[in-house]
Design a protein around this ligand. Sequence first.
Ligand SMILES: [Zn+2]
Length: 177
Amino acid sequence: MGTENVAQGEGGAPHSKPPVVHPRSSQYRWMKNEWRANVYLARSRVQGLGLFAARDIEKQTMVIEYNGTVLRNEVAVRKEKIYKSQNRTVFMFRIDSEHVVDSTRTGGLARYINHSCGPNCVAEVVTFERGYKIIISCNRRVEKGEELCFDYQFDTVEGQHKIACHCGAPECRKWIN
Ligand SMILES: [Zn+2]
């Protein structure tokens, strides 16, 4: 991996886009190279497969990038209907009141991170390298072998099928949605 080429626009003025200086950009680059050493996939104690810490990870360390597409709510609702009609397993989670990340088709290990009501990680959206990146970071120190989790923050929709939560956190809300 070389250094980032910030002015690689083809045909455009080479200096039309100044580099975005972000205090966490160097940490991001480190994570892009090192994430495989941070995690492993294994059977979850919550459900199905889960992602686990492969080493002790300090608080606020970027663990892995969540590969997905940031969608506005309306688009996400439409896509979800399409995926369900195709019998796909839908991987989506909310970043804020207007945006949802869709990782149904983009794969990546981060989508195996389970929900918890008392999570050890957070998903945050940052803008690096001219686009949205969704980064999973620890919100506390995580020990090797711990299952990684974050709060999916699903919307509560009246009349919708409820999904029971088995995260085991003391503050568990009993339902994922
Ligand atoms: Zn819970």
